[in-house]
Design a protein around this ligand. Structure first.
Ligand code: SF4
Length: 358
């Protein structure tokens, strides 16, 4: 519901299309204004209301007085030898969030943050050290994509952003409201018009959130960071596993009403002498067997935040061969941007230390 009075707290960029319609009608404007506004806010990704050239000066002035427009301020871009770029942005209240851009031949994938910091405390993650500051609103989530689009445009890069992964700072299912709204906006044909098949929400496995996602009227891809095959190891790596034990998590995933041709992705960060044994590979196969899935095995990107390290190449190969031999789809990839600290939270952590919140 749109809060009618006062409207000062309404962030235009966080309103879904029906809410924007409700807003313009409540201001005594005609319904088609919502379409104009939505195109400017999400199709064009404007940063100032006066850029809406087909909207009357009077309406722009009223919107300026009665609402806000969330826009992130680009702070820094760090390029990696592998072609990925990490971008840091400042929120209006002075916090730092980061996104990662991963170019491929004809398209670009982006990884978006959903929170400032994170409360999940994963042992291998730089963001965990920041703690949770706050969740991002939907406008701040989608604006990361619009700022990246503008950044590409400035460089004359005409590649389209076609894939979006909610896997930056924060746990998406701990910000379900903001995430759901942002997804609706990114998929809207008047906005970025992204296909739901090209959007992935990645979670540490919060069971209540997975149940809620199962009730949504639309579906995007679901990825779950499993990272261990025993409850004890998982709890050591991901404290949130205590409340979301492996059997309950797998039960929620088995019950997830997957659309045709969709599969759950299990992410498995491979850590030396922790979860990389042949027995782990065999257990992993048994755990995921009842679920239509693919496995994404990623050797750990070491950070200063912990003393865990990735296994050597031979161990990674041995682990993946066991999985491949079973016929299960396994994708192995190195952490993108390890030379620029692209593990989530590393750049934001440094900028936070250097500048501090405003
Ligand atoms: S890995 Fe993800 S969920 Fe875990 S602490 Fe880092 S940002 Fe949070």
């Amino acid at each position: 519901m749109v809060h009618r009075s006062p409207r000062q707290n309404v962030d235009l960029r966080s309103l879904t299309y029906p809410e924007l319609e409700e807003l313009v009608l409540s201001m005594g404007e005609r319904r088609f204004r919502a379409e104009q506004l939505f195109r400017w806010l999400h199709g064009q990704g404007i940063t100032r209301l006066d850029q809406m050239t087909n909207v009357s000066r009077e309406l722009r002035a009223r919107l300026g007085q009665e609402t806000t427009l969330t826009t992130l301020r680009p702070l820094e871009a760090l390029g990696s030898a592998d072609g990925s770029t990490k971008l840091a942005f400042a929120t209006a209240d002075g916090h730092v969030v980061e996104s990662v851009l991963m170019p491929e031949e004809r398209k670009v994938s982006v990884c978006l943050s959903t929170q400032v910091g994170c409360a999940m405390g994963c042992a291998f993650c730089a963001t965990a050290g920041l703690g949770l500051v706050r969740s991002l609103c939907a406008g701040e989530i989608v604006d990361q994509l619009y700022r990246i689009r503008a950044w590409l445009h400035q460089r004359g890069d005409t590649r389209r952003i076609s894939n979006v992964i909610y896997m930056g700072m924060g746990e998406p299912l701990a910000n379900l409201g903001g995430v759901r709204r942002s997804l609706e906006m990114l998929m809207h044909p008047l906005g970025a018009n992204l296909s739901s098949r090209r959007i992935t929400v990645s979670t540490v496995g919060l069971v209540p959130g997975i149940h809620r996602m199962a009730t949504w009227s639309f579906q995007v891809n679901l990825a779950v960071s499993l990272n261990a095959t025993t409850q004890a190891t998982r709890e050591r790596l991901m404290p949130t596993a205590k409340k979301n034990p492996i059997p309950r998590l797998l039960q929620a995933l088995r019950a997830f009403p997957l659309e045709k041709r969709r599969r759950i992705t299990f992410e498995y960060v491979l850590i030396a002498d922790t979860n990389d044994s042949d027995e782990d590979a065999a257990r992993l196969l048994r755990l995921v067997a009842p679920i239509p899935c693919k496995l994404n095995v990623i050797p750990l990107n070491p950070t200063d935040a912990c003393n865990l390290r990735p296994p050597g190449a031979e161990r990674v190969d041995a682990f993946c061969s066991i999985i491949r031999r079973s016929g299960c789809t396994v994708i192995t990839r190195n952490s993108r941007g390890s030379d620029i600290g692209a593990a989530c939270g590393q750049l934001a952590g440094r900028l936070h230390e250097e500048t501090g919140p405003a």
